[in-house]
Design a protein around this ligand. Structure first.
Ligand SMILES: Nc1ncnc2c1ncn2[C@@H]1O[C@H](COP(=O)(O)OP(=O)(O)O)[C@@H](O)[C@H]1O
Ligand SMILES: [Mg+2]
Length: 188
């Protein structure tokens, strides 16, 4: 049946693009001792024009004694840029209240650092909350739906995890958890 064939084609295309994105994202990470606060600041520099144009303020809150992490700084920066751009898009849609993005960089127990990106936008529609990390899932007219899929692939290639949580007050917060090595020394 024609419809079955179309579905098969679409599924195959999805698999190919998923592979492509993993290739694009998954160039073996070049892991070096990385100051993730610096990485976040650098990412902010990359999108500073967008921030100003859209009248959005970003607040970066970080612990002071974070150790360096064994990750690829460029890849981690790519995740931060993707998440922040999504927040900017979300804030574009909200007409009420202040437009704010908060990035937190905090130690998470003995084994990880948590980088969170939260915005005061409308949140992810309930209907696609479970799917947002799948390729091609987008609610935007011009969206590709690849940003989160690629970002999760990169996070995992760096030994980390990327997920989204509903938090108090209904805000949507993305968390990137990156592993700490035992016995690491704090950044001076
Ligand atoms: N901060 C956010 N607030 C609300 N929805 C979000 C946010 N980040 C992602 N989403 C939802 O997840 C979808 C997928 O995001 P993404 O993979 O980056 O693709 P794209 O940005 O091209 O749509 C978005 O279309 C949007 O519906
Ligand atoms: Mg996106």
């Amino acid at each position: 049946m024609l419809l079955t064939r179309i579905v098969e084609q679409v599924e195959r295309t999805a698999a190919v693009v998923k592979g492509l994105s993993q290739f694009a994202a998954g160039k073996t990470p070049y892991r070096v001792a990385t100051d993730v606060v610096q990485v976040v600041r650098h990412a902010m520099g990359l999108i500073s024009l967008d921030l100003r144009a859209r009248q959005v303020s970003i607040d970066v809150e970080s612990d002071t004694d974070l150790p360096r992490l064994d990750v690829d700084p460029i890849q981690i920066e790519q995740i931060i840029v993707n998440l922040t751009r999504n927040s900017l898009d979300a804030l574009q849609e909200s007409t009420v209240g202040q437009r704010e993005i908060v990035i937190g960089i905090h130690r998470d127990g003995d084994s990880a650092v948590d980088i969170s990106v939260a915005d005061s936008g409308p949140g992810i529609p309930e209907s696609c909350f479970e799917q947002v990390f799948n390729p091609f899932v987008t609610t935007k007219e011009e969206g590709l739906g690849m940003g989160l899929a690629i970002s999760r692939t990169i996070a995992e290639a760096n030994g980390g995890r990327l997920f989204v949580a509903h938090e108090r007050g209904g805000n949507t917060v993305f968390h990137l958890k990156l592993p700490l090595q035992i016995g690491e020394t704090p950044i001076p």
